[in-house]
Design a protein around this ligand. Structure first.
Ligand code: AMP
Ligand code: GLY
Length: 477
């Protein structure tokens, strides 16, 4: 057992071993520290997507956990786990009040919005453990300009950029710079505030939408304009208490709506892992150039961080990891895959991170492969059609090593209906990626709702072809 010990910390153990430096002298590992264990935990998970269903399901398997409550939850979590109503999950006061009322020991945050607004601070102020950074740490996700400037301060690899608060200057920069550029609204925009502009005209239009016409309200009053990076994307998650950290295996998300990575960007249409794109050497680079310098940077800036750092990376053709974004939460649909891969007690890990006793440094124990296929509503991602009856869930769950995670579902008169854009996230395990993908598609073929759409090529890059997806049965009868 070990934990990161920062260079300016006086109280390092007597038997330090060195790991990769983070830019200003070596980090050290403290050996022989004690690990906090807990039992009989009452855990509250905040959120209502497949990510929260995945976390809740895994937490409930822990011997340390007495009860998992998901608030506000969805049709699936409400059937399988505890739940509590929560009218506004983004409201720090409401979340802290609920945690107190339910007398939980630990609150785990799914989405970013409550974190950015300080809900983890509110829970901690109420004397309850929280897994998720306070508002200061969540700014890494909540403000793209803050992240980019943080990256520069700490030597993190990221695309060259400029920050603008004035539209005229942004337009002039686009003219000067020329070529393709990425325009990003500074604040949270529910995943819609990034435009990869192939031409200066598209970049001008993005600036006009964000800064002049205020499509995203205040979130667009500041924009980041950065160079386009080439490569393949990977999601790397790190559970940390700000000192100790555990790196989870790399996962690849499929963000575009249609097969072959075509069509509009979505919140994610499927994922698989471990993504072969980052092999052992690649992950060592990620740890050395991305993970440790980020933790060191947070420490230097006096920002406590107990939660997950989710690095959205572009891996260049030369194998170098560049950071596109840092999120303060687990990815969705990545979490279904991560939970399926993880061969650890998640409750113990998250409790240790939340309580500042994660006395480990390195990679989490994992097994096998996993794939997740998102079943989405007709009209997603623009105007999803809701209220459609869902059938075949039990038959789908009978597929070996398969979990049907719910996202936009709700119960109406005892039946499950669609209630959002991403409806279900069918996740399977396998000894090989192909086995996992085949199982997931077998389960997808057993599920139906009117207008259901999904990608049939999840994992195709790693499988070296067009994927192994099967066609669903059509219609509802
Ligand atoms: P972000 O929210 O910053 O991760 O951006 C959303 C998506 O836009 C990413 O997942 C990438 O597909 C794309 N993107 C963002 N920044 C860049 C960049 N500098 N170069 C190429 N693609 C990018
Ligand atoms: N799947 C990408 C995200 O959660 O942001």
């Amino acid at each position: 057992m070990a934990a990161l010990c920062f260079p300016d910390q006086a109280s390092c153990g007597t038997n330090p071993a060195q790991v990769h430096g983070g830019g200003s002298g070596p980090l050290q590992i403290m050996l022989g520290a004690t690990t906090m264990t807990a039992s009989n935990l009452r855990v509250l998970v905040i959120g209502s997507g497949a990510r929260e269903h995945a976390l809740g399901t895994k937490l409930a398997t822990s011997e340390r956990v007495a009860e998992v409550i998901v608030a506000p939850g969805n049709g699936g979590t409400r059937r399988e786990l505890g739940w509590a109503p929560l009218a506004n999950a983004d409201d720090p006061t409401a979340v802290a009040a609920l945690a107190r009322e339910l007398e939980v020991d630990l609150v785990i945050f799914g989405p970013e919005a409550p974190l950015v607004r300080g809900a983890a601070d509110a829970v901690r102020n109420a004397g309850i453990l929280a897994f998720g950074p306070g508002a200061a740490g969540a700014r890494l996700e909540g403000s793209k300009a803050f992240f980019k400037e943080f990256a520069v301060r700490h030597g993190l690899p990221t695309a060259p950029f400029r920050v603008f608060t004035e539209a005229g200057e942004a337009h002039r920069y686009i003219e000067e710079r020329g070529g393709p550029l990425v325009v990003k609204a500074d604040g949270l925009c529910a995943g819609k505030g990034v435009v990869v502009a192939a031409t200066p005209d598209e970049a001008h239009e993005a600036v006009a939408q964000m800064m002049e016409r205020r499509f995203f309200g205040e979130a667009g009053s500041t924009v980041v304009i950065e160079d386009v990076l080439e490569g393949a994307e990977a999601s790397v998650h790190v559970i940390t208490d700000g000192r100790g950290y555990l790196v989870l295996p790399p996962v690849q998300d499929h963000k575009r709506l249609l097969d072959g990575d075509r069509g509009p960007n979505t919140g994610g249409m499927g994922a698989y892992g471990p993504a072969s794109l980052l092999d052992e050497r690649g992950m060592a680079r990620v740890v050395q150039r991305v993970v440790e310098p980020t933790l060191l940077g947070l420490h230097r800036e006096g920002i406590p961080y107990r939660g997950v750092l989710f690095f959205g990376l572009m891996v260049t053709p030369g194998g170098d990891p560049m950071i596109l974004e840092i999120n303060a939460r687990f990815g969705d649909p990545e979490t279904g895959v991560l939970v399926a891969l993880l061969d650890e007690d998640l409750a113990e890990l998250l409790h240790q991170a939340a309580s500042g006793s994660l006395e480990r440094v390195g990679e989490a124990r994992v097994h096998g492969h996993a794939a997740a296929v998102v079943l989405a509503s007709e009209g997603y991602p623009f105007s999803p059609r809701k209220g459609q009856a869902i059938v075949g869930l039990e038959e789908a769950s009978e597929v070996e090593l398969t979990y049907v995670l719910h996202a936009g579902t709700e119960e109406q008169a005892g039946a499950l209906v669609t209630a959002g854009g991403r409806v279900l996230c069918v996740t399977s395990q396998g000894d090989t990626l192909k086995e996992a993908v085949v199982r997931a598609y077998e389960a997808c073929a057993r599920i139906r709702f009117a207008g259901m759409q999904f990608r049939r090529d999840i994992g195709y890059r790693a499988l070296g072809g067009a994927g192994v997806g099967v066609a669903p049965r059509q219609g509802l009868s």
